[in-house]
Ligand binder design. Sequence first.
Ligand SMILES: NC(=O)c1ccc[n+]([C@@H]2O[C@H](COP(=O)([O-])OP(=O)(O)OC[C@H]3O[C@@H](n4cnc5c(N)ncnc54)[C@H](OP(=O)(O)O)[C@@H]3O)[C@@H](O)[C@H]2O)c1
Length: 296
Amino acid sequence: MTQNTKATFTLNTGAKMPAVGLGTWQSKPNQVREAVKVALQNGYRHIDTALAYGNEAEVGQGIKDSGVPREEIWITTKLDNPWHKRVEEGITSSLKDLGVDYVDLYLMHWPSSTDPSDLKKHLPDWNFVKTWAELQKLPASGRVKNIGVSNFGIRNLEKLLNDESCKTVPAVNQIELHPNNPSPKLLEYCKEKGIHCTAYSCLGSTDSPLHKDQTLAKIAEAKGKTPSQVLLMWGLQRGTSVIPKSVTASRITQNFELDGWELTDEEMKQLSSLPDRFKVCGDAWLPVKVFFGDDE
Ligand SMILES: NC(=O)c1ccc[n+]([C@@H]2O[C@H](COP(=O)([O-])OP(=O)(O)OC[C@H]3O[C@@H](n4cnc5c(N)ncnc54)[C@H](OP(=O)(O)O)[C@@H]3O)[C@@H](O)[C@H]2O)c1
């Protein structure tokens, strides 16, 4: 019987990351603490947060409330764009707010070194390659177990991996992946380089049109599963970890009912060939373009 809720993906560092995690972007204050607690008490062992979400302190409280020992939980957080030149300060702030001594995975949130004094500007004397050089120093301190990137397409990964300062291949690339943005070339590229991909906005994010997609609805009905469960299974069967966000207890538990069933090859194919293609998270709000259509 497939046991997805206990499954892990082995990263290029040898670390084992739980395949299913709880996302926390846009989880409001006074909701996310409870959501994290409910998730952990119902078996989740992986929590995804970020300095930019402004909720690390509450996430940390939820972890404590759950009573689950720290060492059993995989915590991912991310370096915010205006902190690229201040990596040390960024991780110190995250650890303090989360109330933990280390995080399991620290990601560069976006390949954009934004000027902290003017968020519309990119720092003139900095870029993500330099940020990565700083991130590479962190695992030696024990405060960060693994490092990775997020929102990196093939072009930026090439730029990073081909730079002589790059000594550590990112363990993870966290990217937008759902049937409307399946990115097969990017997934293949990451696989070749030994980079594990985590699927964010794996349900299509807030007010997802996927919840009404007819192909998805038919598959879900035939299997006696919810559309969200089918979307998560699709992500897992493609070899990606999934981090569905919810602040609703019934959905948090439902999104974790992923054991003992699977999608057929035909169902996987149908979901991977939906005609609509779109991304939920664009780059227009950043001072630099980061998506170049290289399979995004
Ligand atoms: N690295 C990045 O740049 C980046 C970008 C985006 C996201 N992420 C990470 O990925 C996580 C997931 O992505 P996301 O937050 O964009 O969206 P998502 O997980 O695809 O979707 C979340 C939305 O779906 C709803 N939902 C959850 N479970 C459901 C269910 N079983 N049935 C119906 N609706 C359901 C949630 O509502 P309720 O909460 O109201 O229940 C929420 O509105 C984020 O929270 C964050 O941790 C990372």
